[in-house]
Design a binder for this molecule. Structure first.
Ligand code: SPQ
Length: 741
């Protein structure tokens, strides 16, 4: 555990006093001393037990401290560094951090005063402010589930960085790192500009002679928009000057948009008005829907759980949402094509929406989704625009790996980021072969985890490459990069993986050669817009296939399911176990085979899963493990080590959950042995993995008691409306939301 002897908090406002509370409440410091100018505030800090003592002298506070936190307004931080310089000259080397909303100016002050960037200085910015200030406003919970951005320099002491990271993590925050310049540019747009606009609007109205009348009739919109104009004026004065140039750029960007709107209103250009409002609404909806819990400022601590009553059966006719893999690809190819591509049946899940938003961020006009319909106005292979900010891809591995291929070939640079789960997933598998084609990609850690920094302006060369693992994402990312490469790009795979990219490229008029175990594209081809009917996702249908198989008296029809032979491993495996699955009305939709599937309950037998079916059912193993738990005898899976690097370690997490429910499940490095038995009841952790959450929901059909599943919000990444559809089919699942304690 980290522990400090003496912590000096310079500035006991909202942030300083909240951090002091964290230090005191968790026993992280022997002594916490604050320095500030307002005596009453400091005294109140002692009364509340937030600090052990105070002084008006910064030097006195800093002297002997092993941690100094600069928590004063940015404009005053110079005095803090001057005090630090004095103790520094006496040989003291405290770790120093700050909490300022601007990083370039603070680092600049440190360098000016100290002569260089002190190695123990770790600049930081907790994004947890509010319009309230002072010691009374602070709270030990202020940082919980908020982001803290650290901007260490190249020579920052590793131990100092680690200790500051640990401190913020203990406060409940999620810690991110980025370069100083990126921080200031991004925050100028997402935080500083909105504050400037709020101050400006309130000030402009307050100057009007009839201001009293205006404020008396001001409605909710005015209140919402101007809430932040109640923030500390001194602090915002300092920020405005400290991040001057990035804020001026942001104002300019805003002014251009405002001028456009002004012209549209003046000219009664209703098409332009509609388009602007529509685009903004879509972006805002996407932002709240997808980023509410993951954006720089988290808005809530709501946790979603499923509580599933035991027993029941599934009956009726249902259609599960659109295929995730095909939905991603339809946006990508639609955006790169010439002309407008109309997509029907698009999956309105968070993963596919992340791809959609990424292309909007690169200047592609996309209308919808509206009940599964999306119109993508393609910009051609060379029409993407540089995104203003890092492209945030949420939980979606497919988005990141396929986009890496596309972005490696662009003239502009880009950064790809994701949520905690995606940030732990290996990206070297796509970055390394792209580098062989001439791409320049930086990643972090041994396995090349995100963020990925992709340098634009590289000429790609076609190549012949053998994938070390069966991965449709890597194959697709490389084939997509091949569209811009000189010559042919040929990818060999060790086992067949889903071939939606190859099929869809052909649908867009692009020649793709395929042979046993390989696929090839020639660079320089153009894509022509088309229309796409996305079939229902077999990976989502799989939950109901297993549900109907294990629950007595079940009889369900799943409509319009994609049965591409590279995806039907789940049907083959279930049939080998004894499942009754009829494939009816086989037909074709936009180059993909589809059918209705009728599944009736049947006694299942344990089997040794044939190796060749593993990549064809890779996403269905969590729910197949549930089928195995309900089968007679032993089921053995081998050769599925890829399951360990999905949204969670799906071997370990499923083994843990099944064991908790009383099933003998023995994990192996590349699979699992499961002995069928009686499922008990209890609480299992989905680890934020959508497929784990849905699999244990299905398990409840055969359980002896209630199964509670934690951390289920990510079900929305692939299967929005799952709980409602499962209820309709006959599973007694209840969605429970609560504030995280
Ligand atoms: O997109 P993501 O997060 O990687 O999604 C998963 C899933 O369970 O939904 C995997 F975790 O599906 C992948 C799948 O496992 C989707 C996919 C595709 O669309 O190309 C291919 C498979 O991944 P991989 O690593 O085998 O290429």
């Amino acid at each position: 555990m980290i522990r400090w002897q003496r912590v000096a908090i310079l500035g006991l406002g909202l942030i300083g006093s909240s951090l002091a509370r964290v230090l005191k409440n968790q026993g992280l410091a022997v002594e916490v001393i604050a320095a500030g100018s307002r005596l009453a505030n400091l005294q109140r800090g002692v009364e509340l037990g937030v600090i052990d003592g105070y002084t008006h002298s910064l030097l006195e506070a800093v002297d002997g401290a092993d941690l100094v936190v600069l928590a004063m307004p940015v404009g005053s931080m110079r005095c803090g560094f001057e005090a630090i310089r004095q103790v520094w000259s006496r040989g003291q080397r405290p770790i120093v951090t700050d909490v300022g909303s601007v990083k370039g100016a603070v680092v600049g002050m440190a360098v000016e005063v100290m002569g260089e960037w002190p190695s123990t200085f770790v600049p930081g910015h907790p994004i947890a402010g509010s319009e309230r200030s002072g010691v009374e406003a602070g709270s030990a919970d202020l940082f919980r589930r908020h982001k803290v951005i650290l901007t260490p320099g190249p020579d920052t002491d590793a131990c100092a960085l680690e200790r500051i990271q640990a401190l913020w993590r203990l406060s409940g925050a999620e810690v991110l790192q980025m370069p100083v310049e990126d921080h200031d540019r991004i925050l100028a747009k997402t935080s500083h500009l909105p504050h400037i606009l709020a101050f400006s609007l309130v000030d402009s109205l307050a100057r009007e002679s009839e201001n009293l009348e205006i404020f008396r009739y001001a409605a909710g919109g005015f209140r919402d928009f101007t809430r932040i104009a109640g923030s500390d004026p001194r602090m915002w004065h300092d920020i405005a000057l400290a991040n001057r140039s990035a804020i001026l750029d942001a104002i300019q960007l805003f002014r251009v948009g405002l001028d456009r709107l002004e012209a549209a209103i003046a000219e009664c250009d209703s098409a332009a008005l509609e388009q602007t409002f529509e685009r903004a609404k879509k972006a805002r909806d996407h932002f709240s829907f997808m980023l509410a819990s993951t954006a720089y400022a988290k808005t809530g601590n709501i946790m979603t759980e499923y509580h599933v009553q035991p027993g029941g059966c599934v009956r009726g006719t249902i259609r599960v949402p659109g295929d995730k893999s095909i939905s991603h690809r339809s946006i990508m190819l639609g955006a790169l094509a010439e002309g407008m591509t109309r997509i029907e049946g698009f999956l309105e899940g968070e993963d596919a929406l992340a791809t959609l938003q990424a292309f909007r961020d690169m200047g592609v006009r996309i209308d919808g989704p509206e009940q599964g319909r999306v119109d993508v106005y393609g910009v051609g292979l060379n029409g993407l625009r540089a995104p203003e900010q890092p492209l945030y891809l949420g939980n979606s591995g497919t988005s990141m790996r396929l986009l890496s291929g596309i972005l490696a070939a662009q003239s502009f640079s880009s950064v790809l980021t994701g949520d905690d789960s995606l940030s732990r997933r290996p990206m070297e598998r796509i970055a390394a072969p792209l580098r062989l084609m001439g791409a320049r990609i930086d990643s972090t850690g041994d396995r090349g985890t995100p963020p990925l920094r992709i340098h634009g302006g590289q000429m790609l060369r076609g190549m012949e490459y053998s994938l070390p693992m069966a991965s449709a994402q890597v194959k697709s990312g490389l084939l997509l990069a091949g569209l811009w490469a000189q010559g042919a790009t040929t990818i060999h795979e060790p086992a067949p993986t889903r071939d939606h990219t190859e099929r869809m490229l052909r649908g867009f008029g692009c020649a793709v050669d395929v042979g046993p175990g390989w696929a090839r594209v020639q660079g320089g081809q153009r894509l022509q817009a088309t229309s796409i009917d996305v079939p229902a996702d077999i990976s989502s249908a799989a939950f109901f296939m297993v549900a109907a198989s294990i629950a007595p008296d079940s009889d369900i029809v799943l409509e319009h399911v994609g049965i591409n032979p590279t995806r039907t491993g789940v049907i083959d495996i279930l049939r080998l176990m004894g499942a009754r699955i009829d494939i009816m009305n086989m037909r074709e939709a936009a180059g993909e085979p589809v059918a209705d599937l009728r599944v009736q309950s049947a006694p299942l037998q344990g089997i040794e899963i044939p190796g060749h079916l593993v990549p064809l059912a890779i996403d269905e193993f969590p729910v197949l493990f549930v089928a195995a738990a309900c089968a007679q005898g032993e089921t053995i899976l081998r050769g599925a080590e890829e399951l360990r690097v999905k949204e969670s370690d799906r071997i370990q997490v499923m083994a843990d959950g099944l064991q908790k429910l009383g099933i003998e499940a023995v994990p192996m490095p590349d699979g699992m042995v499961i002995r069928g038995g009686s499922l008990g009841s209890g609480r299992v952790d989905s680890h934020g993995d959508h497929r784990i959450a849905m699999s244990f929901t299905v398990a409840a059909l055969r359980a002896e008691g209630t199964i509670e599943i934690s951390d289920c919000a990510n079900v929305a990444t692939s299967f929005p409306g799952f709980a409602q559809l499962a209820q309709r089919a006959g599973i007694a699942v209840q969605v429970v939301e609560h504030n995280e304690s």
